[in-house]
Design a protein around this ligand. Sequence first.
Ligand SMILES: [Fe+2]
Length: 279
Amino acid sequence: MSGSTAATAIEPPESYWERRRHIAAQAAGLDRPATEIEYTDTEHEVWATVCSTLTPLWDRYAATDVLVGRDRLDLPKDRVPQLRDVDAALSPLTGFGYRAVAGLVPSEEFFGGLARGLFSSTQYVRWEGAPLYTPEPDVIHEVMGHANCLASPEIAELHRLAGEAIGRVQGEAERQFLYDVFWFSAEFGVVGLANGHAPAVKAYGAGLLSSPGELEWFGDNAEIRPLDLDAMGTIGYDIDVYQPTLFAGESLAHVLDVVGGFFAEASDASLASRLSVPR
Ligand SMILES: [Fe+2]
């Protein structure tokens, strides 16, 4: 899943798509270690540009647990890491591994991987003409965003529980409820709610954390609501805009308790009863 940023008008040249197809064709899938990609200097520069843009923003707007995880994972700042190296660095921290996929995978496959403690990541890099924007998940969103977050035990457990819940639930509307709660937590979650007030909420969602523009925007502009599973599962969202509504927990432990607890208990019956409540 990817973050939301303002779209760009300029389209990448055909040479970019050709390069991307070449990288996608080397994706080893969920059941084998990722293949080594020979990144170009330009691709390394895009990684370095996004990293140097995001680092000061993370220091201001990221949740403390995420910063601790980031520092423990210690990803390179100047070059695109190989997924095998991300896998080797992350699994001792929270048991999560990284596998390479060619592009967006069906939700069932993505969440199936999460249930097994595996994150499905693309290996291609966004176009160098718009380094701070990606219309869909690239290796920068998947690694700089999700891997740094998955280095925090609570966030790793939240991903695992979400994956297991999707594996248990069959109903389409019931699954959509789970996907949406995942969106408003693992992708766009914030913490820092104190006594119903949100003086300075901090981000823990990978979609928010991998989007420089939205990181600077959400604090003053988004409506921050307390965790509300029924609202998170039903209000819906537009992936192409900055998220106008976010849901804040008091801490990551509180998020894991409420949202993780919800995922752990989720079944077709429990979700059907939530969905039957008129709104
Ligand atoms: Fe994502």
